[in-house]
Design a protein around this ligand. Structure first.
Ligand code: NAP
Ligand code: G4F
Length: 331
């Protein structure tokens, strides 16, 4: 019988799921990934990249599928990364977002509790800086920390806040080892093209290669605390290896506007004046915007010794280079 730890990862087809699968396999885990839906096109990509991962059919909105998954694969750790994770799209499907991103957390915690795993399975919840909302009145100068006031500005942020509090409630009520990572934006070569950073690096690559004339975006002034996803999944995993469950902010402590991201990304292909190549499209504006996010990672640095390896500048370069290679016609 294998002595390696067993980890169940929900959201394995997403950005963080890919980075986490890589890390857990390197750490010697047996990895199980929850995949939803019939003919999910992203399933084949995970199978090709990580043949050692066992994929399980299941959906966060289907409690029985979660009970079956934890009973059959009996994980030591559950990493709950699955969510409707876009901030803009849930304004048009808020009920689905509440069901998946909010109530889905409860479904998974209950699956562990009612199958008798409350005392032995460690649980990671993917909480978010979107819970803070980026407003003037609740924004500390040094950045948001674990005890800052929450004021979510979107159906996604509200659903995530429910997930965050129900996770903490299961820790307090049932003594479960539940840790919440309050993660600020993290990006990289696995990021979906529906998010602004990857949308920009993909467009910069395609403009450079003569495949696209311009890019259409929403507001360019919002600021985000952007880190590299590979560094952040290491922090998530460290949270579950700690001796006690807790909540931790993962952030860089720096914030940059979308304009700054555009300047750096276009500079990679020798374009200084990018403004003629960027048009505003109102379709990408949100009913309520989060103006600025800045996090304070002091606690995770002190308690877990977490450090990031990749700077903002290195990350933008890495993403543009990756997208040029990906879009370049085969020789
Ligand atoms: P992502 O790339 O959008 O991945 C989301 C994952 O959730 C996908 O694998 C998706 O599967 C899965 N999913 C969606 N609905 C589901 C359902 N009903 N049942 C089961 N799985 C479902 O997100 P990410 O960037 O990797 O983020 C991972 C987690 O961290 C998310 O919870 C996100 O909200 C949170 N977070 C992310 C950031 C960030 O900057 N990336 C920051 C803070 C928090 P399909 O392939 O089937 O769609
Ligand atoms: O890249 P975004 O869509 O990320 P957002 O909204 O900050 O959310 C991401 O980070 C959160 C953590 O803070 C996660 F919880 C969440 O799951 C997700 O990963 O948008 C960033 C900014 C926003 O201000 C948005 O309005 O870019 C602005 N923006 C401007 N034009 C755009 C666009 N965003 C997108 N997606 N597409 C645009 O064309």
């Amino acid at each position: 019988m294998s002595t390696s730890k067993r980890a169940l990862v929900t959201g394995i087809t997403g950005q963080d799921g890919g980075h986490l699968a890589e890390l857990l396999l390197a750490e010697g885990y047996e990895v199980f990934g929850l995949v939803r839906g019939q003919n999910n096109p992203r399933k084949a990509a995970v199978e090709a990249e990580f043949p050692a991962v066992t994929l399980i059919e299941g959906d966060l909105t289907d409690p029985a599928s979660l009970v079956r998954a934890v009973e059959r694969y009996d994980p030591d750790e559950v990493h709950n990364l699955a969510a409707v994770s876009h901030v803009g799209i849930p304004f048009t499907n808020p009920t689905l977002t509440a069901d998946v991103t909010g109530k889905g957390v409860l479904n998974l915690l209950e699956a562990l509790r009612i199958t008798g795993r409350a005392e032995r399975t460690r649980f990671y919840q993917a909480s978010t800086s979107e819970m803070f909302g980026g407003l003037d009145y609740n924004r500390p100068g040094a950045g948001y920390a674990e005890d800052s006031l929450f004021h979510p500005r979107s159906p996604y942020g509200v659903a995530k806040l429910y997930g965050h509090w129900i996770a903490k409630n299961y820790r307090e009520s049932y003594g479960m080892f539940v840790s919440c990572g309050i993660l600020f934006n993290h990006e990289g070569e696995r990021r979906g093209k529906e998010f602004v950073t990857r949308k920009i690096t993909d467009a910069v690559a395609r403009i450079h290669l003569g495949q696209q004339s311009h890019i259409e975006l929403g507001d360019l002034w919002p600021k985000r605390d952007w880190g590299y996803a590979g560094d952040y999944v290491r922090g998530m995993w460290q949270m579950l290896q700690h001796d006690t469950p807790d909540d931790f902010v993962l952030a860089t402590g720096q914030t940059h506007s979308i304009e700054e991201f555009l300047t750096l990304a276009f500079a990679q292909v020798g374009i200084d004046d990018w403004r003629p190549l960027v048009k505003q499209n109102p379709a990408f504006l949100r009913p309520a915007e989060v103006d600025i996010l800045l996090g304070d990672p002091s606690k995770v640095e002190t308690v877990l010794g977490w450090r990031r390896d990749v700077s903002f500048e290195q990350m933008v370069k890495l993403m543009v280079e990756h997208d040029i290679a990906l879009n370049a016609p085969a020789a």
